[in-house]
Unconditional design. Structure first.
Length: 167
């Protein structure tokens, strides 16, 4: 459902409808042979290995991302939860869950510079969470919108939310 690069390391985090979050080691891409010409490419499988499989969601996972500076991952799922995971060099584990959405959670993002999480879902809300306390501190509701995607500005406290347009 989603895949994002780590901000510094040779890792990718992916979210899947099989209820897992996977962390992929892509350091093999650095060892691959350079490709030349249009249409010459190799598959991700030839240069990557699964480093961690994170299990804990009860339904499909829609989105996962790395924290910009801390060894954390966040995931958003159809089980109405946001999970926070911690990683070390040898393992990854669930730290806590944020509960409060009343329907599928589509996206959850770490704020780029503050200890906050921003999430959106099909319950017509965008929620702001305190990362340390794991509690919702603000909820924005739009009665006619089911939010599916969020984007964070890299330097400002600005977020964009997307909702499907229905005729």
């Amino acid at each position: 459902m989603s895949a994002l690069f780590h901000p510094k390391d040779d890792l990718v985090v992916s979210a899947s409808m099989d209820q897992t979050v996977r962390v992929w080691d892509i350091s093999g891409l650095r060892k691959g042979t350079p490709q030349t010409g249009p249409g010459n490419f190799d598959t991700f499988d030839n240069f990557s290995t699964v480093k961690y499989v994170l299990e804990g969601h009860d339904r499909g996972v829609n989105y996962a991302m790395f924290h910009p500076t801390l060894p954390l991952i966040i995931s958003a799922a159809d089980d109405r939860t946001i999970k926070i995971w911690r990683m070390s060099e040898t393992k990854a584990w669930e730290v806590d869950s944020c509960r409060g959405h009343f329907n599928n959670v589509s996206t959850a993002l770490f704020h780029p510079s503050r200890e906050l999480i921003v999430s959106c879902g099909e319950d017509k809300t965008i929620r702001v969470w305190d990362l340390q306390k794991r509690t919702a501190i603000q909820t924005f509701r739009r009665e006619h919108d089911r939010f599916w995607v969020l984007a964070a500005h890299p330097h400002l406290s600005l977020f964009a939310a997307g909702a499907p347009a229905f005729a």
